[in-house]
Design a protein around this ligand. Structure first.
Ligand code: ADP
Ligand code: MG
Length: 711
């Protein structure tokens, strides 16, 4: 294999022959990289030496020190050295080779299930061995199963590793050892100054005291033995901070550029004349809260612009987002455009349809309903009305944005309760609504608030509004936790609440089971409750019921004809029945904080004092106990979100796994939270003063494929 071409006739870099940029050298120039390995590297998005050097270790192994065998603790991964005392094959249920290794401080067992004759020979008594592996507690003593091992010379001390051993993210067909060998070559070239990594960020833009890029990269690939291991494991080492900063910045820049690009698209300027909005406001039985008014004003101003609004409205459950959405929709309608409202579940979409019908039919505005479960004829009619423009407002599930749906003049898309909605989905949705080159405005509403700096990072392509006030007259929900063993008490509590004219929800949860099982469990609970509480009118709603049946049950509950509603978590979002003031949640220990908060948000919507009973199966695990404690202490969605962030990490909170929002290599939104305000600020400054730097930084960290702007 050819060696990397040395710069201008060989030797290291000198003042007049600067290092070649690592990005200019294809991986094929390394020893050991043929077409096969190159193809596998390409799967890791590694084509050149810069990309290779930014393939950072996941963790490290420490082979720089030999540990006395007598000092070992189970669970640690260590290097040891000792003499083989005994080596025997044991025949039992499984044939295995057992080796006893001792070093004067103690002894331990090496256990091998697979071994060749020559390996057995290498492990003969009297041999000195160096081993590396994880220490476990065995039946009789500490042991290592299949450690790495090598015989060493008895007479001469053989040196230990000079650096910690990096463990890289590997891929099929490209093993750890091969990756290490390739990186070794690249690192040596970088160390010798034959290749260089561009430091794109001027020092003026880096937070003070940050490590230079080259130093940080070298250090992370080859940490010295005395490095602060704890800091390293926690991602807090200055070298990690330096790279995390740059990575977060790159994401931020990409999202901001996307936003700038969006702003260049033309959108219909929805001036409206306020007529319909005014009519709705007059008809409402309440006044908007200050927070609702403010957010409404922000949206209204955005809609008047000739470029697409991209706004995320966060507001706790029950803060009154729906009416704000309705006002936005009316502004589009007043301006002669259509609006579409998309909800994540059928039940919520149905409820919106009912609400909007109540509000809009008196204003003589035709609206349609579209979901995947609509019959063929109804569907055809709905599609025709949307396509001809006779339907001014369309309400539905994601079925609204399937290929056959074509809007005549779509001005505004509203996505409700769907923050787990990646950049790509947002873009796709808007593309879908483009008519005559005009991009529709977009409003996204969520009741799962996320802390502000995190929101600004993950949703840097959006403007943010917060409805930070609940309508007046709400009393906070009282939350109690009761063990399943006291189910009888809970049941009599339900009975007495209903006798007092209150209504209640009984939520059946089965986590990680199929929807079918959930529905079945709810049916069983219904039967049981009907037997125990024959005096009550009890209904059932779950995800497998027909739309019309669900609708009928919900309507009966809303009208007060049903006193108790047994439900699966389909009622998690959006369901709004103000007279319901008691909620029982079964198996509460198995649900996450955000979900419990959402569920609990179904009560406490009226003026009656509401309560939520979290029933759990004892004993409670530590995390479950913590979640339940948080819920009992607060009903503030933002506080809960912050706790959720601490308990579960941002991946879960943002739904990263589902949506691919911010897939980070080294940065961690929680660990590096402290960097976020600075990142946001620098991103802005960089785009202003050094816009040419954005592109190379983005491609360094996001590659060319995952780039947001290119959708
Ligand atoms: P969410 O933000 O959870 O979507 P909703 O829009 O469903 O909340 O509103 C919850 C309830 O509060 C509804 O019954 C709604 O009619 C009512 N509501 C909304 N705004 C106000 C207000 N300003 N004053 C009183 N009630 C309001
Ligand atoms: Mg809502």
């Amino acid at each position: 294999m050819p060696k990397p071409t040395p710069p201008q006739g060989g030797g290291g870099a000198t003042a007049d022959s600067p290092a070649i940029p690592a990005s200019a050298i294809p991986v094929e120039q390394l020893r050991g990289v043929g077409p096969g390995v190159a193809a596998r590297l390409a799967q890791l998005q590694i084509h050149n030496l810069a990309e290779l050097l930014f393939h950072l270790p996941l963790r490290y192994q420490d082979r720089t020190r030999l540990h006395p065998i007598g000092s070992l603790r189970p669970g640690s991964e260590v290097a040891i050295e000792g003499e083989v005392r005994l080596s025997e094959i044991k025949f039992g249920r499984r044939r295995m080779l057992l080796v006893n290794l001792a070093d004067g401080s103690g002894s331990l067992l090496l256990r091998f299930f697979h071994f060749s004759a020559s390996q057995k020979a290498q492990l003969a008594p009297g041999t000195r061995l160096r081993c590396f592996g994880e220490v476990r507690r065995g039946p009789h003593s500490l042991e290592m199963v299949h450690p790495e091992f090598r015989p060493i010379d008895n007479k001469h001390a053989s040196p230990v590793d000079a650096h910690l051993t990096p463990v890289y993210p590997a891929t099929e067909g490209l093993q750890q050892l091969s990756l290490r060998r390739l990186l070794e070559q690249a690192i040596t070239l970088l160390e010798q100054g034959q290749i260089g990594l561009e430091e794109y960020l001027p020092t003026t833009l880096l937070p003070p005291g940050m490590m230079p890029l080259r130093e940080a990269v070298l250090l992370l690939h080859r940490p010295p033995p005395d490095i602060a291991l704890d800091a390293l494991a926690e991602g807090e080492h200055p070298a990690q901070q330096r790279l995390a900063f740059e990575e977060l910045l790159a994401h931020q820049l990409s999202l901001r550029q996307l936003r700038l690009a969006q702003q260049h698209h033309p959108a219909p300027a929805l001036a409206g004349d306020g007529r319909l909005q005014q009519a709705l406001l007059t008809a409402l039985p309440f006044q908007l809260t200050n927070a609702q008014q403010q957010v409404h004003a922000q949206i209204s101003a955005d809609l008047r612009q000739p470029h697409p609004m991209q706004r995320l409205v966060q507001g706790d459950v029950g803060s009154g987002k729906t009416v704000v959405a309705a006002l936005a929709a009316l502004q589009a309608l007043e301006s002669g455009f259509q609006a579409a409202i998309m909800a994540p579940t059928e039940l919520l979409a149905e409820q919106h349809f009912r609400n909007f019908s109540q509000w809009l039919v008196p204003l003589r505005i035709p609206l349609v309903w579209l979901s995947g479960r609509l019959g063929a004829k109804a569907r055809r009619e709905a599609l025709a009305a949307i396509g001809s423009g006779t339907a001014r407002l369309a309400v539905g599930t994601h079925a609204l944005f399937q290929d056959e749906v074509e809007f005549a003049r779509l001005g505004l898309v509203i996505v409700d309760e769907q923050h787990r909605f990646g950049v790509h989905q947002r873009l796709a949705l808007r593309e879908k609504g483009v008519v005559d080159g005009l991009h529709p405005h977009q409003l996204i509403m969520t009741a799962t608030p996320i802390p502000r700096t995190l929101a600004m990072t993950a949703y840097a392509d959006l403007d943010l509004s917060v409805i930070d006030e609940l309508p007046p007259g709400r009393t906070p929900v009282e939350t109690v936790a009761i063990s399943e063993a006291r189910r009888d008490e809970v049941i009599s509590r339900v009975a007495s609440a209903c006798e007092q004219g209150r209504q209640a929800y009984w939520v059946c949860t089965l986590i990680e089971e199929s929807e079918a099982l959930q529905c079945q469990a709810a049916e069983v609970t219904l039967t049981q409750l009907q037997q125990l509480l024959p005096q009550l009118r009890i209904g059932l709603v779950h995800g497998r019921m027909k739309g019309a049946d669900k609708e009928a049950v919900m309507a009966a509950f809303k009208a007060g004809e049903l006193q108790l509603l047994v439900a699966t978590t389909v009622i998690e979002v959006g369901v709004d029945v103000p007279n319901a003031s008691l909620m029982i949640i079964e198996n509460a220990e198995r649900l996450g904080l955000a979900q419990l908060h959402q569920l609990r948000g179904r009560v406490g919507r009226g003026s009656a004092k509401s309560s939520c009973v979290l029933m759990y199966q004892a004993p409670l695990g530590k995390l479950a106990a913590k979640r339940i404690a948080v819920l009992r202490e607060t009903t503030d969605g933002f506080v809960i979100a912050q706790q959720d962030l601490e308990i579960r990490g941002p991946g879960e909170l943002l739904g990263t796994r589902q949506t691919g929002i911010l897939q980070l290599r080294i940065a961690d939104l929680q660990r590096h939270q402290a960097l976020l305000p600075r990142v946001n600020q620098i991103a802005q400054q960089l785009l202003q003063d050094h816009p040419q730097l954005a592109e190379p930084l983005i491609s360094r960290w996001l590659g060319s494929k995952t780039r947001y702007g290119s959708v």
